[in-house]
Design a protein around this ligand. Structure first.
Ligand code: FES
Length: 235
């Protein structure tokens, strides 16, 4: 997303002293969070060229307990894609960033029943290749819980399954001088309050007391999904 247009959008509600998620017309506005540099697993600034196309990467944003996918699609995405949340509010996903505008990030919390990748297991992931006998289509984010499928090249719009709305988008900035990436906000139907309520006890166990709800500030480590969690369910 162009930094200037994002800041312009945010400036409007900063002046009001709050960050509403919807305008009076029912248009979902971007939510600004801390500008956070993405780093690699050695805590060095991540460079876009080091991402392997088609691979699943996980980082946490905008809270320490909310996982997101970072995916280099290896092809340009759609631009200014019109989408709707479950309650009918519209928004415009700006498209991928970086070389070819092919790098995207989304909340990894499925919008159906909030399946998400944990340290132990992941039922949701991006599928670039087919697995023998697999139900998942290629080039989709697929949730094996009840087979919701999202298109990462079009703002994670729902392709099939019971998901009622797209995955919430994580807004990225690309810095050409360093080939670096920053997370700067979210867009769409985020489900963080419901997520924290549903998984309160598990998040306490996994992240420590009160940590899952802490806002990420400054840096967020990007890890390959295979390093982040022990078992990936393929379906
Ligand atoms: S939780 Fe993902 S499809 Fe049901």
């Amino acid at each position: 997303m162009q930094r200037r247009s994002f800041l312009r959008a945010c400036a409007g509600y900063a002046a009001l002293g709050a960050a509403p998620s919807h305008s009076a017309q029912g248009e979902v506005q971007p939510r600004a969070y801390s500008r956070t540099r993405l780093t690699d697993e050695r805590a060095q600034p991540l460079r876009a060229e080091t991402l392997v196309a088609g691979r699943n990467y996980i980082f946490h944003y905008p809270f320490e307990g909310t996982p997101c996918f970072l995916i280099k699609l290896g092809r340009p995405t759609g631009r200014n894609v019109r989408l709707r949340t479950e309650n009918g509010n519209g928004y415009e996903w700006p498209g991928g960033v970086g070389p070819q505008r092919g790098i995207v990030a989304y909340s990894a919390i499925c919008t159906h029943r909030m399946t998400y990748p944990t340290r132990q297991i992941s039922f949701i992931s991006y599928r670039e290749r087919s697995t023998a006998g697999a139900a998942a289509k290629l080039n989709t984010i697929h949730c094996c819980s009840e087979h919701s499928e999202y298109d990462p090249a079009s703002g994670a719009r729902v392709l099939s399954g019971p998901a009622p709305q797209p995955l919430a988008a994580i807004l990225l900035e690309y810095e050409p001088a360093t080939d670096g990436l920053y997370a700067v906000g979210t867009l769409g139907g985020d489900m963080y309050n419901a997520f924290f309520a549903k998984y309160e006890m598990k998040l306490e166990l996994d992240y420590g007391s009160g940590r899952a709800r802490r806002r990420v500030d400054g840096v967020s480590v990007v890890a390959e999904l295979g390093n982040f969690c022990k078992q990936q369910v393929r379906c």
